[in-house]
Design a protein around this ligand. Structure first.
Ligand code: ARG
Length: 645
């Protein structure tokens, strides 16, 4: 009964968490950004068992049908085994034979005895695989120790087919401050980039900011009035509140005809490349980007800034070529690309507009030129747009047009990684009381404040726990509390976001995301710190433990934990392929629950006081592997772990 188990382990975890309390804090910060230090020579470390089983089933099935898909998946229900293949069903249809007998034949032809118990045929023709305990133990023992310096790959080898990938993420409009609507693209895009980087791909993180358009004429004109010095000292420009600046400029624009005219003139000057106007515009964009990067730094997200204006010169060339080649045609004065399958509500053809009737370019033009740059100059083979689902139609049409016009050849993958909105707690759109947008900075502060409260309440508890480090009674300094609160608060926000199904809307719920219980970052961070404390208390140097000390998996909770640890490579791979971060969050939660059961005094095993020295070391190694897996998984979500709490 997994439900009951989970509840018990949950309570166990909670007590443990509160008992551990927060005493000493060591923050270990890795270098910002991706994971360096590639490990994974042939034959080393944890390979994906899923991949291996797929290959084995593939060989067996090929004897019946060389084209058949092995269809191996992790089993949905652990009582049936660890992995399952559904390939017999479709194959049976094709061969005109009963599925169970096809399954029996495949099972008989399978060579998996080094990995699994004899496969079982179940139900209409499923083939179930249960890993052998000694095979799991052997694989775990093979995981190389964590490197002394650099990132720990937990022995996972990078992809043997690295690709150049562009991830288009964050990408706010520079006219205003980043607001809550930019959180998801930033966090999801960073996670996707981190996973693909880890897998060995060459990832370019493009911050496609909106830095062009008529609003910038207004802002330039307003800057001239409010900051007359900007032309002489463009780099010294500081605007404390970009949002207020925009609102003031807009108010003047609406009220003052002279200012309105100045703004319109500035737009023209900007488009014509007037040097002074360009300088002021650039000063504004740079200041706005500094605001963005304060937030991105805080979130530990790296990007390359390349805004819409970067493609200004490329746009007319791309559009001229489309017109010349007949891909784009004029319709009612505008230049359009007609695409198969796109119709208006009335059933009329719905074209992609690439040049307005006044000769101006639009969002689609800029995105087409951007694609040309990404494919021809950056040589991207996979391009992932992390943009809200509200832009679904735009990207469908953009991709169709890029294919039709030959901008995107078939081997280049184009993906819109669409996500739903973050709503307020009541389910209404997320706005200030006055109906304005909420600044992203304020949201981060709110999460950190909530985490601070949680951290402070937990640190009041003084009881020890058999698994916790000897407690120093030293109270935390103000600075330490601040650092933990910042780490835990931002982790909570990110994790909550990533743990939801991307495409659905979700409600911002500060209590739920900062809770120490359930599928949350604080729960996982505490679990991690607690396991580290176990290692410290045991005084074992894991780096020196080699294959000479075996891993022993006799107890069911040891086996269940081993099974989870061994799934890490396949989960990372799958998350990278499907770009669903919640696969990884679900896995990490499941892993830490398995750890709780393993470490639970009643349900699990003794670790410090294990019956033999060999068992003690084996169990401590399982603790260490769990911690390393948690740390790696969290780092791929963009979350830093705390070594000690
Ligand atoms: N700046 C756009 C917005 O705020 C998002 C840009 C997304 N990327 C792209 N290549 N269109 O809606």
């Amino acid at each position: 009964m997994p439900g009951k188990d989970a509840a018990i382990s949950h309570r166990g975890m909670r007590t443990a968490v509160l008992n551990v309390g927060i005493r000493t804090v060591l923050l270990r910060r890795g270098p910002s950004g991706g994971i360096d230090g590639v490990f994974g020579a042939e034959g080393c470390g944890v390979r994906s068992i899923l991949k291996e089983l797929t290959a084995r089933v593939g060989e067996a099935v090929a004897r019946l049908d060389p084209q058949a898909d092995p269809l191996v998946r992790p089993a949905a229900d652990e009582s049936h085994g660890d992995y399952q293949s559904n390939c017999a069903m479709s194959l049976a249809k094709k061969l005109g034979q009963p599925p169970r007998s096809v399954a029996e034949r495949i099972a008989a032809a399978l060579e998996v005895s080094d990995l699994c118990e004899p496969p079982e045929v179940a139900g209409p023709g499923f083939i179930n695989f249960r890993l052998k305990a000694d095979a799991m133990a052997h694989r775990l023992a093979e995981v190389p120790p964590a490197p002394a310096a650099g990132e720990d790959r937990v022995g996972i080898a990078p992809s043997d087919a690295p690709e150049k990938v562009v991830v288009d993420l964050s990408s706010p409009n520079l006219a205003k401050e980043m607001h809550v609507g930019h959180l998801r693209s930033t966090v999801i895009g960073d996670c996707a980039a981190r996973i693909l980087e880890f897998l060995g791909h060459d990832v370019i993180r493009e911050n496609h900011v909106g830095d062009w358009g008529t609003q910038f004429g207004m802002l330039v004109a307003y800057l001239r009035r409010t900051h007359p010095d900007v032309l002489n000292r463009p780099d010294a420009l500081q605007i404390a509140d970009l949002e207020a600046f925009y609102v003031q400029a807009k108010a003047l624009f609406d009220a003052d005809a002279t200012f309105k005219r100045e703004s319109q003139e500035a737009v023209v000057a900007l488009q014509q490349g007037d040097t002074a106007t360009r300088r002021i515009w650039e000063a504004f964009c740079n200041e706005s980007l500094r605001h963005c990067h304060r937030i991105l730094d805080r979130l530990n997200v790296r990007v390359v800034d390349r805004g819409e204006s970067y493609y200004n010169d490329l746009m007319p060339q791309v559009i001229d070529a489309l017109e010349r080649d007949g891909h784009a045609v004029e319709s009612q004065g505008a230049l359009c690309v007609f695409l198969e399958g796109f119709k208006t509500k009335e059933g009329e053809p719905l074209p992609l507009l690439v040049r307005k009737s006044d000769g101006g370019f639009n969002y689609a033009t800029s995105d087409l030129a951007t694609l040309v740059h990404r494919i021809r100059t950056l040589k991207a083979r996979r391009i992932i747009y992390v943009v809200g689902v509200t832009q679904k139609l735009h990207f469908e049409m953009l991709f169709a047009a890029a294919r039709k016009c030959g901008i995107a050849p078939p081997e280049v993958r184009l993906e819109h990684l669409a996500f739903g909105s973050m709503l307020s707690r009541s389910g209404a759109p997320f706005k200030t009381r006055e109906g304005g947008t909420i600044k992203l900075k304020n949201l981060l502060d709110e999460a950190v404040a909530a985490a601070r409260a949680v951290v402070e309440s937990a640190s009041g508890d003084e009881d020890g726990d058999e698994g916790a480090a000897p407690m120093s009674k030293r109270a935390l300094s103000r600075e330490q509390v601040e650092e933990i609160a910042e780490t835990v608060g931002l982790a909570a926000l990110k994790y909550y976001d990533l743990s939801h199904n991307l495409i659905k809307d979700y409600r911002f719920d500060i209590e739920a995301m900062t809770s120490l219980e359930g599928n949350t970052a604080p729960y996982l961070l505490y679990a991690y710190a607690r396991i580290r404390a176990i290692g410290r208390r045991a005084g074992v140097d894991f780096a020196t433990l080699s294959g000479s000390s075996p891993i022993l998996l006799a107890h069911p909770t040891e086996q269940a934990l081993a099974r989870r640890i061994l799934r890490l490579p396949e989960v990372i791979e799958q998350t990278g392929a499907e770009l669903k971060p919640n696969l990884l969050t679900d896995y990490l939660y499941d892993l830490s629950k398995a750890f709780s059961r393993f470490y639970d005094r009643r349900l699990g095993v003794r670790v410090y006081d294990a019956p033999t020295g060999e068992l003690r070391v084996s169990r401590l190694r399982l603790c260490d592997l769990t911690a390393r897996s948690l740390k790696l998984g969290l780092s791929l979500l963009g979350i830093r772990t705390l070594e000690q709490m």
